[in-house]
Design a protein around this ligand. Structure first.
Ligand SMILES: Nc1ncnc2c1ncn2[C@@H]1O[C@H](COP(=O)(O)OP(=O)(O)OP(=O)(O)O)[C@@H](O)[C@H]1O
Ligand SMILES: [Mg+2]
Length: 230
């Protein structure tokens, strides 16, 4: 579904991604794990058309999308839950969801969204900025879903959440995947991310250091020593 090949990306003169290749097949949950500054957000922003690759290609469902504008990428079927969530804090839950469906020219499927996140149904009229961190993360995911994506990309969805909310968010991600949605997850919460995903890539200093089935990475001595504190 998503095929990234030999990607080089710069921020000004600083090269951040180096010869990066990655695949996400339809129906998978794929995780990219990597420490602060590894280049996770830069990768997401490149897929979404916010960074222009210096070299390499980004193909979605067989078509090149590198260099498309973000709204065109969303229209093709990729939605993102950004690292900073980027909700509209002074708008209500319902208004945030409606804006998430903007690219579709159709109202969001509120029933399906509220089915997945019942708390949002109760909070429809509440201003997004007044909700807890965990509720805001659910709203950010729900807003991304309102665009009816084929591929959902989540940039550190567990960031800043209590352990209970981390478990909730990851369970929601697994449920979405069981419902047929393909998912690319970028995380520093390595154990939870590997447990929920099919395959994973370890990103270090902008390069893929290791890749394989998540189960294999969970048992990999380097991953255990560097990321799992074993
Ligand atoms: N807009 C920018 N201008 C210049 N350098 C940047 C910019 N954005 C990121 N960088 C640099 O690029 C590198 C990768 O940053 P990036 O945000 O992609 O990493 P990350 O893996 O998402 O990190 P984090 O876990 O902290 O979110 C870092 O060295 C960072 O300082
Ligand atoms: Mg980041």
């Amino acid at each position: 579904m998503l095929a990234i090949d030999s990607l080089d990306v710069f921020h000004g003169r600083l090269q951040v991604l180096w010869d990066l290749s990655l695949r996400v097949e339809s129906g998978e949950i794929v995780t990219v794990i990597g420490p602060n500054g590894a280049g996770k957000t830069t990768l997401v922003e490149t897929v979404m058309g916010l960074n222009r690759p210096a070299r390499g290609s980004v193909r979605f469902q067989g078509e090149e999308i590198g260099g498309l504008r973000p709204n065109a990428v969303v229209s093709r079927g990729i939605s993102i839950v950004a690292e900073k969530r980027e909700l509209f804090p002074r708008m209500t839950v319902r208004e945030n969801l409606a804006l998430g469906a903007y690219s579709r020219d159709a109202p969001p499927d509120f029933a399906a969204i509220f089915d997945l996140f019942p708390v949002l149904a109760e909070r429809q009229g509440q201003l997004a900025g007044t909700m807890s961190g965990g509720e805001q993360q659910m709203l950010a995911i729900a807003r991304a879903l309102a665009a009816s994506p084929r591929l959902l990309i989540l940039d550190e969805p567990s960031l800043g959440l209590s352990p209970l909310f981390v478990a909730n968010v990851l369970e929601s991600i697994a449920a979405l995947n069981r419902g047929g949605l393909t998912i690319l997850l970028l995380e520093q919460n390595v154990l939870s991310a590997l447990e929920v995903s099919d395959r994973a890539y370890v990103l270090e200093n902008g390069r893929v250091a290791l890749e394989g089935p998540s189960e294999d990475l969970l048992n990999d001595p380097m991953v255990q020593a560097s990321y799992l504190g074993v």
